[in-house]
Design a protein around this ligand. Structure first.
Ligand SMILES: [Zn+2]
Length: 665
């Protein structure tokens, strides 16, 4: 047990035993894995794609189905939880699939999310557009190939169900921004739920840099697809890497409503505060088909995605899903969504759709209620996570298994949403930081050697969580301690192999990789600039406040009137509710290191800044030099001070998750 090294390891006897016991309990044959969800995932494929590559304009690979060909074997690999193996196997089935004959089709298996089209009177409505324009464009081409009819030039509307990048990121592959607009003017509407733009910004910009980095643990960006690496994203095949483009929505759904879109009746059910802050379901009465957006995804979803997000509301989630069941359940023969595959009423399961909606709602409500019951009895969030269990009648539905979210993390999310992050122990009022706690632990244990001796003992006994925790304390105090790093990595690895949740697996295996190859910690984070340049003035001022190092302006108490003027050039159409000929006014108040602003405030006597909506964001982008050429101002001094205080987050940030962070502003 003294040989610790940076190699990947096979599954341990303890790990294999955990898989064997699960298979026995759930009736799985590990040499020939199959279940009800795999059967659903396979059916109605009208164009299978076994060797298909999505490429970008330069010929670079965006996604290759061959990456997940290892999942085509029948036997589950012993380094993958058998249930997750089946989920991965199902998600890796790429192709064009029929949902309702002649009416609804999906392209699946080329991205974490699906592209869905639904037939309207003269063409097609696109429901969600995957993560990347390249995938969306390829999907439309594949649909034409499979259906033998034009699709690309018959798009009548794009409906984006919610404010997450894997749903709106590919819109530019379906329509260009120039094509979008009012259908009465021959344009294609991009229809989104109320609040979409603001939520998109909050999720992708305000905390976007940290979130982008943390996402590597959730999705395993640094992992190689394979039985010892990435297997599934839980809600789809792990996506590739395409270009990013943001197409502005043109039509916001403000309340539950029914619209006729190109002759097709489309019912909108808003579901704010569920899987996304701005989200909506759709019902298509003519096709007896219910689109569950990402509210029902063929798995237990996240109340808290570990990439970081505001906690989701399990109460809203179950309530809107029950509302959907009541409104559309009996009128639907199929429920389909942006991830995974559809569920139907069948002769064997005549109420399959209603069951699917009810079981999905029930699992969120069960976790919600039981967590608060435990909390009421005095349990902490960590304790509720260990105690939470799912009743047998619910846990045996494969479509609510924890491939993405998990009962443990969801329970902590419920606790935290209601009670916050404090565990009601005064030790945690002003807690030690992670490195401080680690140093204390090692010091009190006597030495790093003593800690590692005990960690090795726990590792040998299959107590990988304890071994990882203790070895991690040594890593914090001494990142060069290879034994500690390799021991923690090996423990993480077995925990990853044991995990049914793709998120847990990806997090553990990413951690193992980072500990073994610390030089690979530092993958580039996507620039947020393509969204920043499209922020409304108010959101831009919010963002400017975040990225400005206030300490550099601590002595200032100055106000500038910001006059958002009409666009300078054709094509610079003003957005965000302003029409041509109107202006927007703000007063920006640099107030002791804080950027306050007053919306709609006009005070002629103040120094001014006149700038177009399109140019204002340049003030907040490091390295952009054109702001002062494009703006008109008589307050250049304070604006230069702000500009100089803008932090180059991308250049400065470091995320050494297993050692101390030494960055300073
Ligand atoms: Zn999604």
């Amino acid at each position: 047990m003294s040989e610790w090294n940076a190699q990947q390891k096979p599954a341990s006897a303890e790990t294999r035993e955990i898989h064997r016991r699960f298979a026995e309990r759930f009736g799985l044959d590990l040499t020939h894995t199959d279940n009800a969800e795999y059967a659903l995932a396979k059916q109605h494929c009208i164009l299978p794609l076994e060797n298909y590559t999505v490429r970008d304009a330069q010929g670079g690979v965006v996604f290759d189905t061959a990456d997940y060909a290892f999942l085509r074997q029948d036997a589950a690999a012993d380094t993958v939880h058998p249930s997750l193996w089946l989920n991965g196997k199902s998600n890796a089935l790429a192709g064009v699939f029929e949902v309702v004959p002649d009416k609804i089709y999906q392209v699946r298996g080329l991205d974490i999310a699906n592209l869905t089209v639904i037939r309207s009177k003269t063409g097609w409505i696109v429901l969600d557009a995957t993560s990347f324009p390249e995938v969306a464009a390829a999907s439309l081409e594949l649909l034409e190939q499979a259906l033998g009819e034009p699709v690309r030039d018959r798009i009548r509307a794009v409906i984006v169900s919610h404010s997450h990048g894997d749903h709106f990121g590919g819109v530019a592959g379906v329509v260009s921004e120039e094509q979008t607009g009012d259908p009465a003017e021959g344009k294609i509407p991009v229809i989104v739920p109320a609040g979409f733009d603001e939520e998109t910004v909050k999720e992708n910009v305000f905390a976007g840099h940290a979130m982008g980095w943390r996402a590597r643990y959730q999705f395993g960006f640094g992992l190689t697809p394979g039985a010892q690496g990435k297997v599934s994203a839980g809600i789809g095949v792990p996506g590739g890497r395409g270009s990013s483009a943001y197409v502005r929505p043109t039509d916001f759904i403000e309340e539950d409503t029914t619209r006729i879109i190109d002759g097709l009746e489309v019912v909108f059910q808003l579901t704010p505060g569920t899987e996304a802050p701005a989200e909506m379901n759709n019902y298509f009465p003519e096709y007896r088909a219910f689109w569950a957006a990402e509210n029902c995804s063929g798995t237990l979803h996240n109340l808290y995605p570990i990439r970081g997000a505001q906690l989701r509301d399990s109460a809203a989630w179950w309530r809107f899903t029950i509302e959907a069941l009541e409104r559309y359940g009996k009128q639907s023969d199929v429920v389909f969504q942006a991830h995974n595959w559809p569920h139907y009423n069948t002769p064997e399961q005549p109420h399959g759709v209603e069951d699917y909606l009810r079981n999905t709602a029930a699992i969120y409500k069960h976790i919600h209620d039981r967590t608060l019951l435990y909390a009421s009895l005095g349990k902490t969030a960590k304790e509720t996570a260990k105690l939470i269990s799912i009743p047998e009648g619910l846990e045996r539905n494969w479509y609510t298994r924890p491939y993405y979210g998990s009962p443990e993390i969801n329970s902590r999310a419920v606790y935290t949403k209601y009670l916050g992050f404090w565990n009601a122990n005064p030790n945690e009022i002003n807690p030690l930081t992670e490195p401080e706690e680690a140093a204390l632990f090692v010091e009190y244990a006597g030495s790093a050697e003593r800690v590692l001796e005990l960690a090795e003992r726990d590792f040998a006994a299959g107590r990988y969580d304890k071994a990882a925790k203790a070895a991690g304390y040594v890593v914090y105090t001494d990142p060069q301690n290879l034994k500690a790093r390799y021991l923690q990595a090996d423990a993480f690895e077995q925990l990853g192999y044991q995990a049914e949740s793709s998120v847990w697996r990806n997090a553990y295996l990413s951690g193992a990789k980072e500990l073994r190859e610390p030089e690979h910690n530092g993958s580039a984070i996507r620039s947020r600039n393509s969204i920043i340049v499209k922020l409304s003035p108010r959101l831009l001022l919010d963002y400017l406040g975040i990225v400005t190092d206030g300490e550099k302006l601590a002595d200032a108490d100055e106000r500038i009137r910001i006059h958002i003027v009409d666009p300078a050039q054709p094509g610079d159409a003003p957005y965000h509710g302003r029409s041509v000929g109107t202006t927007a006014e703000f007063v920006l108040h640099v107030y002791h290191g804080t950027l306050l602003y007053y919306e709609g405030h006009t005070e002629e006597a103040l120094p001014y800044l006149s700038v177009t909506e399109r140019d204002l964001p340049l003030l907040a982008i490091p390295g952009e030099t054109e702001f002062f050429d494009r703006a008109d101002t008589n307050a250049p001094e304070i604006l230069h001070r702000i500009r100089d205080a803008v932090t180059d987050i991308a250049a400065k940030s470091q995320f050494p998750m297993f050692t101390a962070n030494t960055v300073t502003l």
